[in-house]
Structure formats: structure tokens, C-alpha cells
Design a protein around this ligand. Structure first.
Ligand code: ZN
Length: 376
């Protein structure tokens, strides 16, 4: 793979950092950027790490990369990623030139504001602990539905408006970055959220010096299962740094349930929580979260467990919640669950919240599955 022809266009509202990947345009559009420095390919290289693993090909950079990043990738991070993904050959990033490209003495902190549980808990943690935050960010690196094809733009805009309002309430500027880097990645490496998000921070060319990444899992839930980078970003993100930038995972000791508990009284969460995986339906219903998808029901049920669901009546439709929750719990009992589902289900079991009706519905689901297996 060859990266070449880097350029930066400065427009009134947005800047575009662009280059060619084997002749095809790969870009970041940004609302904020540090435009006073030499152009480096760092953001593109980091965004394409999943592609390097997927294609098992070196990345050749016809231009300049940060010296520290280049060494860190070739000597530490890429060998670790190859080990995790059981790739036996040596893969490298090979730039024409390296330099300590951006001499910066400042320390500008930023974290994401998707308004999901992880990002809101991170923002609250910063304010609770008087740690200065300079920017909030909203990135479109494929997580708004582009992986699944449809409705990505509509999802993105619906979620962005909510985050803009939340950022105004919090009182910090929102850095917006969009990239098409994810469109080059296929197969098992498509779940490359952390590298894509970090690449969006790097694309600000040193405007952001420290990015606090709200990882999906606590350290206790992390593992080195290949593919989805969320499994191990607690361990690998601290290894990803440049002469002007570093990153790490936030809330390392807090599981999803603890994070929900942490934000239950946070007024920004009460007004703007957005965890829905079906924002198109939510938009049609004129509610922030559809309260029908699995993630909505799991989050709302956790809030019910903490007696805080009524605080979130602006973002969930509580009538829908009460009509759907029995079927959702039954579905969870009857299937193989994910890490977050297991954590939730265990908490409901512990509190004796599962009703006879929910068990009965689960039994019927299992019986139906067994009968259909025998039938086939
Ligand atoms: Zn939903």
C-alpha cells in the first residue's frame, strides 16, 4: 500500500486533510485544525493499521511521518498487533522521511462526546475530578451505520445535533471530524473503532495533544481476542503515541453497569443520553432513543435497577419500555450473551428481578429453538 500526495485545504467552516492510498482519495474533514505545521501522514497511517493487518502488506509513505510514531509502530505496536492476530510475517510502515514534526509545548486535552454511557461517564469524571478538558469531539469514522450500509448520514446528523446541544450545555467547543478511512477496511478488521477514532484526533495535526478515549470495556473485561480492537485497547492505546500526542483508555476500573450508575444523576445524561442503535426509528418516533432495540432496553432496565429510569423520561419512551422489557429479558435468558449482557443479566438475577413470566417466555423461546433444530 502506498500513501502519497498529502494536501490540506482550508475552507471557511471545514478543513480537508487528504492524500492518496494507491491512487484513491482518503481524507479527513475537520471543524478545527492546527494549520501552522508541516503536513505529516500520521493520521492516515494509524487509520490504516487494521488494513495493514487485513491485507498483510506494508504501508509505504511517500512523505513525512513523526519520528516517534514511526519507531513506536514498527518496534512495538505492529509486532503486538501481529501477535494478537496470529500473523507470522513482519509488517512495517516505511516513510521517506521522519521528523519530530510538530514542536509543541502545550497540553490540550480532549475526549469524545457521542452522548453514550461511556463518553458521558468520562466527561463527568473530568469535571468531578477538576481535570481540565479543552475540547469535546464528535467523530464520524463509520460508527453511525456505514458498516451496515444504510442510513449512515441520517444517523450521523441526528446524533450530531444531540451532541452539539450537550456540548453547549457542558460549555466546551465540539471538534467535528469525518473520515472515509473505514471504507477501505473489510472483513474481520472492520471493528477498528479505536484506531479510527485516534486517527481523527491525529488529523487535527497537534491541536489535540492528549486524547482520552472512552473504551467500551473495563480492564477486567478486556482480552486479546483478535478482530475487534475494543477487546484490547486498554492495553494497546498507551503504546500509540507521537512526539506531540498520546492517548489512553478512560474509566479503566468501571464496568458498563458502574458507568450507568455513575451518570444516573448527571443532568447532561438525563437530557442527552443517546445509546440507541436504531436512531432512524427514534427520529421517526420523535424520541432520543427508540426504547425497543437491545441496547436501549438493556440501558433502561439498568436504570430501573437503580430506581433512576424516571429521570430519563425525556430520552426514553417509558410506555414502550414497560411493554417490551419482559420479552427482552426472556431473550437474554435464552441465548448466549455478550460481556455487557452478562453483566446486566447477573445484576438482575442478583436483585431477584426476573419474573416468572420472563422465565416462562424464555422457556418458550428455548423450546421453539430446540423444535426447529430437530425439524431441520
Ligand atoms: Zn434503540
Amino acid at each position: 500500500m502506498i500513501l502519497s500526495d498529502i494536501s490540506l485545504q482550508l475552507e471557511k467552516d471545514y478543513s480537508k486533510l487528504e492524500c492518496l492510498l494507491d491512487g484513491n482519495s482518503i481524507y479527513f474533514t475537520l471543524s478545527h485544525i492546527n494549520s501552522n505545521i508541516s503536513l505529516v501522514y500520521d493520521a492516515f497511517v494509524v487509520a490504516l493499521l487494521p488494513l495493514l493487518l487485513e491485507k498483510q502488506e506494508n504501508i509505504v509513505v511517500q512523505g513525512t511521518m513523526d519520528d516517534v510514531l514511526c519507531k513506536q509502530l514498527n518496534d512495538v505496536l505492529i509486532p503486538r498487533l501481529c501477535q494478537v492476530n496470529k500473523i507470522a510475517i513482519t509488517l512495517k510502515v516505511i516513510p521517506d522521511v521522519t521528523e519530530n514534526a510538530i514542536a509543541l509545548n502545550k497540553r490540550v486535552n480532549a475526549t469524545g462526546l457521542s452522548c453514550g454511557v461511556d463518553s458521558l461517564a468520562t466527561v463527568k469524571y473530568f469535571f468531578d475530578n477538576d481535570i481540565g478538558l479543552d475540547y469535546l469531539t464528535f467523530f464520524d469514522a463509520g460508527s453511525h451505520g456505514i458498516y451496515n450500509g444504510n442510513y449512515a448520514k441520517e444517523n450521523y446528523e441526528y446524533r450530531l445535533k444531540n451532541s452539539e446541544r450537550a456540548a453547549t450545555t457542558i460549555g466546551l467547543p465540539l471538534v467535528k471530524v469525518k473520515t472515509n478511512a473505514h471504507s477501505f477496511i473489510r472483513g474481520s478488521f472492520e471493528s477498528a473503532h479505536s484506531f479510527l477514532n485516534i486517527s481523527c484526533s491525529l488529523a487535527t495535526l497537534g491541536l489535540i495533544n492528549k486524547y482520552h478515549y472512552a473504551s467500551a470495556y473495563a480492564v477486567s473485561q478486556s482480552n486479546f481476542k483478535p478482530g475487534d480492537t475494543s477487546n484490547f485497547d486498554n492495553f494497546l492505546l498507551p503504546l500509540l503515541f507521537t512526539s506531540y500526542f498520546n492517548t489512553h483508555s478512560t474509566l479503566q476500573t468501571k464496568t458498563r453497569l458502574k458507568r450507568i450508575s455513575y451518570i444516573q444523576h448527571y443532568d447532561v445524561a438525563n437530557a442527552y443520553l443517546d445509546i440507541c442503535t436504531n436512531s432512524i426509528l427514534a427520529k421517526k418516533m420523535n424520541v432520543r432513543n427508540c426504547t425497543s432495540c437491545d441496547k436501549c432496553l438493556r440501558t433502561a432496565a439498568t436504570l430501573e435497577l437503580y430506581d433512576s429510569l424516571s429521570r430519563f423520561d425525556k430520552v426514553f419512551d417509558l410506555n414502550i419500555y414497560h411493554s417490551k422489557i419482559d420479552n427482552y429479558i426472556a431473550k437474554l435468558i435464552s441465548k448466549k450473551v455478550s460481556i455487557h449482557e452478562r453483566e446486566f443479566l447477573d445484576s438482575w438475577l442478583k436483585e431477584n428481578k426476573i419474573t416468572t413470566l420472563q422465565y416462562w417466555k424464555a422457556f418458550k423461546l428455548i423450546a421453539k429453538r430446540v423444535i426447529s433444530t430437530i425439524g431441520s
